[in-house]
Design a protein around this ligand. Structure first.
Ligand SMILES: O=P(O)(O)OC[C@H](O)CO
Length: 411
């Protein structure tokens, strides 16, 4: 069989599922064999793929997180756009079958899908039902309630109100989308590379400043840059956890208590009806330099992964969004949402309102490095070394320098 390497960044329960999906494909036919290879976290996987491409040892298929999208799009000679691959291999491919909230992130200016949206997530709020019951509180809808609910939880003996994973994604990027304010100019980069960060405006500064205060009084407890804060929730140190909808698989495995899922809070003083949140997670990029046969295999595999039954299974297991309308309908029809309350929160939060240019997503170059800068600056806030304004001003300034570098390199 023709071998196809698929580099991915899925660890834990979702990593096991990815291997299972590749095996299902391999068993279903014997012309191609997909070999999934775990390459570490998202940044490590992307960095390895770039290095491998330079050394002409790239895999045919690589999973790249949403943060790397603009960089991948700009790497014209290195990528094989998915819409072209499907056309040239004669595979059936109807873009409209995919959820528009997801495809919007991965299409070029002509509306063509450049990568395959395999695992899209959006952040949600997980809460410990048992601790909530004991404290006599229910899931907070607004950031104002977040504070009062957390205080009651602390009063009931819990150590910390909430923690968050992916702080830039949740507390700045999605915070901005949810309040319908820009994270960067030029429609968050969708309208042009001459974009500049503006996440140091009053609404974001006030939010981060509040979190600084909460980090000091126990309402918030910082636990790391990616999902490393989840154990604070599993161990019941923190009663709430803001994390990817795809934390669901790990949650079921690691939480020994009853947990609930709610929408991300919004600041009631900022907005009456909150905007949709934006997607995260990753998509699959096809790389150049492979044989025709391998591309046939990749296209067949991508179609296999998009099948309603495969997507519905992946969605129900992991908490990633159903990528296609058919997978969503199938899941509904199977009674999954009714039997597992909270599992449809992410889809609803993403799709209940029409996205605006502030909530469609981000398309920003060098954003992998910018996330590092934001992480660094926010950590200085949590450590009490910087105020929110000073840190966000610095992050914007340092980030803008990287945007200019990207713009120049892709002129
Ligand atoms: O944990 P994931 O796969 O939902 O990804 C979260 C963030 O979008 C990564 O940038």
């Amino acid at each position: 069989a023709t071998q196809i390497e698929w580099w991915h960044a899925m660890g834990g329960a979702n990593g096991e599922k990815v291997v299972e999906m590749a095996e299902a494909f391999n068993q279903a036919q014997d012309t191609y064999e997909v070999k999934p290879v775990y390459k570490g976290n998202y940044t490590e996987t992307m960095t390895s793929a770039i290095a491998a491409f330079r050394a002409k040892q790239q895999p045919a298929l690589v999973q790249v997180f949403e943060v790397g999208t603009a960089s991948m799009m700009a790497a014209e000679g290195a990528i094989y756009p998915v819409y072209k691959l499907m056309r040239e291999t004669g595979q059936p491919f109807i873009q409209d079958d995919y959820l528009s909230a997801v495809t919007g992130y991965y299409t070029d200016e002509d509306g063509n899908m450049l990568s395959m949206p395999f695992n899209s997530s959006t952040p949600v709020l997980y809460y410990n039902k048992e601790q909530f019951e004991k404290a006599g509180v229910s899931a907070p809808k607004t950031w104002q309630e977040m504070e009062t609910v957390s205080q009651k939880l602390l009063d009931s003996g819990v150590e910390c109100g909430f923690t968050t994973s992916w702080q830039s994604w949740i507390q700045l990027e999605n915070f901005s989308a949810r309040h319908n304010i820009p994270f960067a100019t030029q429609a968050n980069g969708f309208a042009g590379m001459d974009t500049e960060f503006v996440f140091n405006r009053p609404a974001q500064v006030a939010h981060i400043e509040k979190m600084r205060e909460w980090q000091q009084n126990g309402i918030f407890s910082y636990g790391g840059r990616r999902s490393d804060s989840a154990p604070k929730f599993y161990s019941q140190e923190c009663s709430m956890f803001m994390g990817s909808s795809a934390g669901y698989a790990g949650m079921k495995r690691n939480a020994s208590f009853d947990f609930g899922v709610a929408q991300l809070p919004y600041n009631a003083e900022q907005i009456e009806t909150p905007q949709n949140t934006i997607i995260g997670g990753a998509s699959l990029w096809v790389l150049q330099g492979k044989s025709e046969e391998q591309y046939q295999g990749v296209a067949t595999f991508l179609n296999f992964l998009s099948r309603a039954d495969m997507q519905a299974d992946w969605h129900q297991f992991s908490g990633y969004l159903p990528i296609t309308q058919a997978a969503y309908e199938l899941t509904k029809g199977q009674g999954f949402y009714a039997a597992n309350p909270g599992t449809d929160v992410a889809v609803k939060q993403m799709t209940s309102v029409e996205p605006t240019e502030n909530s469609k997503g981000l398309r920003l170059g060098n954003f992998v490095q910018v996330r590092d800068i934001i992480n660094e600056e926010l950590e200085a806030v949590w450590a009490g070394d910087k105020t929110a304004q000073v840190a966000l001003d610095a992050a914007v300034k340092r980030g803008n320098a990287l945007l200019r570098k990207f713009e120049k390199a892709n002129d």
